[in-house]
Design a protein around this ligand. Structure first.
Ligand SMILES: Cc1ncc(COP(=O)(O)O)c(C=O)c1O
Length: 462
């Protein structure tokens, strides 16, 4: 594949140089030498991306990969989605910056209206540029609305890496270096991870929602304390922890409990939202009764641009109004708030993401992917569990199925072997033993079949 060859985005992989090839290695070495160490793990030489289209990405050495990461789920319509590219390009010739809280712009107005049109009972929206920023905006909103600072948050939760987000994220490795600076906001409760449920001993692995009982007990105890929580923050499916899916009764049960106790329910749909799991928002699977009070969105809703949002019920979002500064200044803003180029891209992306054809495609191709991965599981001793909802999927690897002992080294080898075969996936899971897939929602059936066949091969040798 030369730089000039046309890329459709529906191609299958083609490896011309064992990755990482020399151009990737050299570029990575130059970057590593000059970039802060924060973004580099142990000695590693990654491939360096040069160009992408649809579900296909090229590296600097001309290798063509099938991208089942979609940039951690951001590229919901694939790399360089033509309609998003056109909208971004037109906006870049029209207006490229707004004036935050002082002077809005036309495209921001359209995007906010479009977002709330998709929000069901959530009829207000605030914008942000990253998921973590939006999580913090939701935490601030909940604090203003309830007058309480603490938040119920779950084991294995991932909400981002800025300070406020780290306070509710449960990843000791990421939080430990900053423990002295991170605010103590979280009341930590167990997430329903049925495959590794710490509460399930004695009930044969059957999920009887003991974690929901445990949540209720802890929260009730804390509600009688001197610093009671005001909200519950939860991912409807945990993404970074390896597509951990609660039993269907969990979210409605949590919703009902929050309502009974007068707590706000905040759903972090940064990973699941925008149609990744089938419904536009994952909570919609359970009907209006499961609707949150606040919802955090990001990643895929922009179709590739950096945008995030908090959607909320008007009564709660109005809490900000009491905090307008004496000078008349708004209580929240940022330089890039509602950035016009991001707003234009997202506005266009949302139309396609919300279209019934996209939903149907996600259901059909997602079901095919899940069935394929489950067939691989049947023939493998090292696949502990396959979890999938729409086009969010994960394969949890173990030493053997009987012991369920996590196999992070095998997972690392499998992800590396997939790359050698031209398939991009990423590791995740609280034990680093899960292969995660968040492909573009536009991926073709042929591409998904190919990915499954490569998984089959790779898992035989890892
Ligand atoms: C559920 C969830 N919330 C929040 C975030 C943070 O988003 P960002 O990386 O854009 O700050 C992520 C990122 O992976 C996420 O998966």
């Amino acid at each position: 594949m030369t730089a000039r060859e046309k890329l459709e985005g529906t191609e299958l992989p083609r490896i011309v140089v064992p990755p990482p090839g020399p151009r990737s290695r050299n570029a990575a070495r130059r970057l590593r030498r000059r970039e802060g160490a924060a973004i580099w793990g142990a000695e590693q030489s990654p491939i360096v991306w040069s160009r992408g289209r649809g579900a296909v990405v090229l590296d600097l050495d001309g290798n063509r990969y099938l991208d089942l990461t979609a940039g951690f789920g951001v590229l919901s319509l694939g790399h360089a989605a033509p309609e998003v590219a056109r909208a971004v390009s037109a906006q870049s010739r029209k207006l490229t910056q707004g004036l935050g809280d002082l002077m809005p712009h036309e495209t921001r107005e359209k995007l906010v209206r479009r977002l709330v049109s998709l929000g069901g009972p959530l009829d207000r929206a605030l914008l942000a540029s990253t998921g973590a920023e939006a999580v913090e905006l939701a935490l601030k909103t909940a604090h203003l609305a309830t007058g309480r600072r603490r938040v119920v948050a779950f084991t294995g939760a991932y909400h981002g890496q800025s300070y406020g987000a780290l306070a509710v994220t449960d990843d000791p490795g990421l939080g430990r270096p900053f423990a002295a600076q991170i605010p103590d906001l979280a009341v930590r409760v167990p997430y329903p991870y049925a495959y590794r449920c710490p509460l399930a001993r004695g009930c044969g692995g059957r999920c009887d929602l003991r974690c929901l009982d445990a949540v209720k007990e802890t929260v009730d105890r804390e509600l009688h304390g001197s610093d009671p929580p005001g909200a519950i923050l939860v991912e409807p499916i945990q993404g970074r922890s390896g597509c951990v899916m609660p039993p269907p009764e969990f979210l409605p049960g949590l919703r009902a409990f929050a309502r009974e106790r007068g707590l706000l329910l905040i759903l972090d749909e940064v990973m699941t939202g925008g149609g990744r799991t089938g419904p536009f928002w994952e909570w919609q699977r359970h009907g209006e009764d499961a609707a949150p009070d606040l919802l955090v969105a990001g990643k895929g809703i922009g179709g590739g641009v950096a945008i995030a949002a908090v959607l909320g019920r008007a009564k709660i979002m109005e809490a900000w109004r009491k905090h307008i500064l004496p000078s008349g200044e708004a209580p929240h803003s940022s330089t890039f708030y509602g950035h016009p180029i991001a707003c234009a891209g997202a506005l266009k992306a949302l139309d396609r993401l919300a279209a019934p054809e996209t939903r149907a495609h996600v259901e059909r191709v997602g079901a095919k992917f899940a069935a394929g991965l489950r067939a691989v599981q049947e023939r493998s001793r090292v696949v502990g569990e396959v979890r999938a909802a729409g086009l969010m999927a994960a394969v949890e690897l173990v030493r053997d199925r009987e012991s369920r002992e996590p196999a992070p080294d095998r997972t690392g080898r499998a992800v590396a072997a997939l790359l050698q075969q031209g398939v991009l996936a990423y590791p995740g899971g609280v034990h680093d033993n899960v292969i995660c897939f968040t492909p573009p929602l536009t991926i073709t059936e042929e591409q998904i079949e190919f990915a499954v066949s490569v998984m089959e091969r790779v898992l035989q040798s890892c």
